[in-house]
Design a protein around this ligand. Structure first.
Ligand SMILES: O=C(O)CCC(=O)C(=O)O
Ligand SMILES: [Fe+2]
Length: 421
């Protein structure tokens, strides 16, 4: 090789090395400069759009607060939730960080979250008058949990408004599975309910009914009730149900004491096999266990539904056990809203259906016969040093509540934690 060629090669290698070093430096420095700077309200609203941005985040927060009130990720772990959400939302994100479920306490007011985490899409939308108009309308239309759960990406025309909605759902409410209708990663369509056919038999049904009859002798354990919302524009009455509260004895009474661990084990399995990560098996306890009696005689004539659309507030998972044979009643279908669609459960007699308690559900009007079911709602007990400090799910403390200080809710921390999504 000629000296000039050696020189040429040396120059080429030096240039390559220099380029690599430069590129490395460039990448490092650019990763610094593009690190998401924390946006403040002033950054987002530093112009004439300020009013809109502030107003729309306020409106979004208040309508979403209505729709999501009491749902499990909206949670203040300093003062156990007692329906005191008036000042906004506290956010709790629960996502896996490594093997096993790990919780990440992420708290703050929702409007802070909106600005801090969704400042960029908020600003992008604010710059486009058509987006401002659409976002204001989208948010204004979210009046109930049904509206939120049926929100579809196709229903939002402007890409900037779609991005904003998607950001709020995934980064502030941390609900990837409700992020404008998109199924959660790894969750097959239909994965909103885990089914266990023949979870119980006729003897178990008899045992449950005997227990309920005994408990129901005291009328303070029995309640006729109806709740939930009707689809927009409908105002028909709700048929309702008669609930007998069994939880005081279900786990210990000789009639059902052996049945309970079997059902609980199925709930734990449902969570594991569905990848929901709502359950911390070691501390899972029943919050309420109810025999539900829907009887056509007790239904209002022309009832639209027996139970309106609702979520089982503050519970982690709900298990629904159908005691009756569907051949012996008409109507009374259990529906879920998942991924923007309504699904009929078509439960069979003796089947256990398990779903996350925040999944909106409703029960169709019963038109003939009697439908008996048991609902078991679960949450997590607080064990000091474990409980709220450790398990995979936010929960109300049961039996071990800290005394409340000052009677009010504590101020949210100054900054939000990192949303693990
Ligand atoms: O009866 C059912 O299938 C569901 C009842 C229910 O959702 C409830 O009582 O909260
Ligand atoms: Fe329910």
């Amino acid at each position: 090789m000629q000296p000039t060629s050696w020189l040429g090669l040396a120059v080429a290698v030096a240039a390559l090395l220099a380029a690599m070093v430069y590129r490395k430096l460039l990448l490092c420095s650019s990763s610094h400069t593009i690190a998401p700077a924390k946006l403040t309200l002033r950054d987002v609203c530093g112009s004439e759009e300020a009013c809109w941005a502030v107003k729309s985040s306020g409106a979004a927060v208040s309508s979403l607060a209505t729709a999501f009130a009491g749902r499990h990720w909206i949670f203040n772990n300093e003062s156990p939730p007692r329906g005191a959400y008036a000042e906004g939302l506290d956010i709790e994100c629960v996502r896996p960080r490594s093997e096993g479920a790990v919780q990440n306490h992420t708290m703050g007011a929702a409007h802070e979250c909106f600005v801090e985490r969704c400042g960029a899409p908020l600003r992008a939308c604010a710059l486009v008058p058509a987006c401002r108009g659409e976002w204001t309308k989208v948010v204004g239309d979210l009046l109930s949990v049904v509206d939120v759960a049926t929100l579809r990406p196709e229903g939002i025309a402007r890409p900037e408004a779609r991005a904003l909605a998607s950001c709020f759902f995934s980064r502030c409410l941390c609900v990837a599975d409700l992020a404008v209708g998109e199924p959660a990663k790894g969750e097959a369509a239909g994965g909103h309910v885990a089914r266990f056919p023949d979870a119980i038999d006729d003897d178990d049904v008899r045992a449950i009914l005997s227990l309920a009859a005994s408990i129901g002798e005291d009328p303070s354990f029995v309640e006729d009730r109806n709740f939930g919302s009707l689809p927009r524009g409908q105002s028909s009455p709700l048929g309702g149900q008669r609930a007998t509260y069994l939880q005081s004895r279900f786990t210990t009474d000789p009639l059902t004491a052996r049945l309970y661990p079997r059902l609980r084990a199925l709930v734990v399995r449902a969570d594991a096999q569905s990848g929901w990560r709502r359950v911390h098996a070691a501390t899972l306890v029943p919050r309420t266990i109810e025999l539900l009696n829907y009887s056509s005689g007790a239904q209002h004539a022309g009832a639209a539904l027996s139970l309106g659309w609702h979520t089982d507030e503050q519970s982690a998972v709900t298990a629904l056990l159908l005691l009756s044979d569907p051949a012996n009643f008409s109507g009374g279908e259990l529906y879920h809203l998942a991924h923007g669609q309504m699904h009929a459960a078509h439960a069979r007699q003796h089947e256990l259906l398990v779903y996350r308690s925040h999944t909106p559900h409703a029960v169709g009007a019963l038109t003939a016969g009697t439908r008996l079911a048991v609902a078991l709602e679960f949450w997590h007990v607080h064990v000091p040093g474990e409980g709220v400090d450790h398990p995979a799910y936010p929960h109300r403390r049961v039996g071990l509540e800290r005394p409340r200080t000052g009677g009010g809710r504590s101020a949210p921390p100054a900054t939000l934690g990192r949303c693990p999504l």
